[in-house]
Design a protein around this ligand. Sequence first.
Ligand code: DO4
Ligand code: MG
Length: 286
Amino acid sequence: MEDERRRLKKRVRLYRTAAGSFVEEDGRHFRVSEMPWDALLAREDLPEFLSGLIASSSPSPEFQIAGVLAPIERQEVWAAGVTYFRSRGARMEEAKDAGGGDFYDRVYSAERPELFFKSTASRTVGTGGKVRIRADAHWSVPEPELTLLVSPGGRITGYTIGNDMSSRDIEGENPLYLPQAKVYNGSCALGPGILVATSPLPHSTEIMLEIHRHGRIEFSGSVALTELKRDPKTLVEYLLRDNSFPHGCYLMTGTGIVPPNSFTLASGDRVRITIEPIGTLENEVA
Ligand code: DO4
Ligand code: MG
């Protein structure tokens, strides 16, 4: 029992790869055999299950970091918005000419959070994949977000990194255009793997963003989870109200890093998002 508790406190990361699923602990990788990805992610006891698997198996040399895929199959990706003061301010500014600024202030302080549908596997890339700018947008940004893995029963069983690619000009023109600003081919990145954990990440955890252009850093920023206004458990509770996710789902928790208004992403940019202890999600803009 004590051994089990100590093991659950360790850093355990789950990867979906071209050669199947692997779980990592202390730099050692173990194959997760005979369990399809969707069945694995739907487990209410995912942390305990993987911990038991590590205790009873031998490391496998077959894991290859280059083979890591987006950690998603039939899971839907949802997102929370205006959960950081910085996001509230940026949105009020971008929507002021459309008369929509007030909505963002109101949702920031309301009891009910903003939750929206973000992506499916077909629109999502993993680390190393290419994210996209909409062809009809001219002001686009990445949104680096701590992303929760949620079981069908509403338990937070893991954490990954998400990039909620957004077209700010479309969103700012009219808040009702939000789905077009947020959901399009290549609009979402997740990964590299899932930190499987039963306890919340420390409030001091930092989300770091770097945007590289022509080999130089064009923009960088960071934010700590202390700035996140909403409790992840409450976000999950709202998401699951009258809404079922038989394969589990992902919930992005919002962005607290917004580049200046003069910045827009360009083709060839590299977006690097790091959240220790999850890892780094890196994508080129197509
Ligand atoms: O309300 C618009 C989207 C907000 C969002 O994506 C964020 O705050 O991260
Ligand atoms: Mg966002």
